[in-house]
Design a protein around this ligand. Sequence first.
Ligand code: NAP
Length: 268
Amino acid sequence: MKFSERIVWVTGASSGIGEATAQAFAREGAHLVLSSRRPDELARVGQSCLHPERHTILPLDLTASETFAAAVGTVLARHGRIDVLINNGGSGQRALAADTTTEVERALMEVNYFGPVALTKAVLPAMRAQRSGHIVVISSVMGHLGTPGRSTYAAAKHALHGYFDSLRAELSPEGLKVTVVCPGYVKTAIAENALGPRGEKTRGPSTALRSGISPQRCAAAILRAVDRASDEIYVGRWEICGIYLQRFLPWLLRRIVRKMKFSVHAPR
Ligand SMILES: NC(=O)c1ccc[n+]([C@@H]2O[C@H](COP(=O)([O-])OP(=O)(O)OC[C@H]3O[C@@H](n4cnc5c(N)ncnc54)[C@H](OP(=O)(O)O)[C@@H]3O)[C@@H](O)[C@H]2O)c1
């Protein structure tokens, strides 16, 4: 077992990629800390993992950074160390830039950028004291490019790359690892949970998401990336090509993106 007795903390563990990632690490012997806002869903996921009695359910709102120090204290009191932090929790956007209120933009930055950064900083002292640790952050293809209807989401994911690339370099002399994961389309509830222009939830999953890979396949790639201590990985199908186009043929990508349609979904 690759992660036997390792303490792995997964945020956004109540559904989608986080749920599948938790289950995958549990199969490899990890002791999990499962966090998100919904304790009932976390309990369900905990029970679905191998050895449910080993895992800790720790409700946490990523927008409440003032609670993170106490949360880290709880994890250390129960498990004594933190080997891997998987910053996965996040929220999507389905709104044109001109229609999105500043409040919604701030909320998206809070959950997708400031939350993971603050939680990482809260966990770092323990990892430094252990002289080992691995920070993982789930970015997106949108961390490399922007498409219609995703302006603030793309901005938050781009920001993660700048921050965690710098952090990786700073931590490397101490042997601490940082992995950035860029999924393409993954079949999860992200579209249903995405915020509309004024923060309302939008209707139904997008067709592109329905054609995406399974959360289990994404989780397997995350596990492999942690095992290999990869700096950055791309996970998905054809949409991953966007990252290479952005790097090598940016003018072509811009032309394609300009033709992409974004239809505003009615609020639910
Ligand atoms: N699905 C995709 O195609 C895709 C592609 C690229 C990147 N990603 C990224 O993958 C990550 C997981 O998304 P997913 O696709 O699995 O979507 P999901 O099924 O909607 O899961 C999102 C998770 O984030 C948690 N969350 C949301 N707001 C939170 C908050 N304020 N505090 C704490 N937890 C919060 C949710 O739990 P609670 O509601 O219980 O709090 C849930 O567990 C996100 O960072 C997303 O940006 C997804």
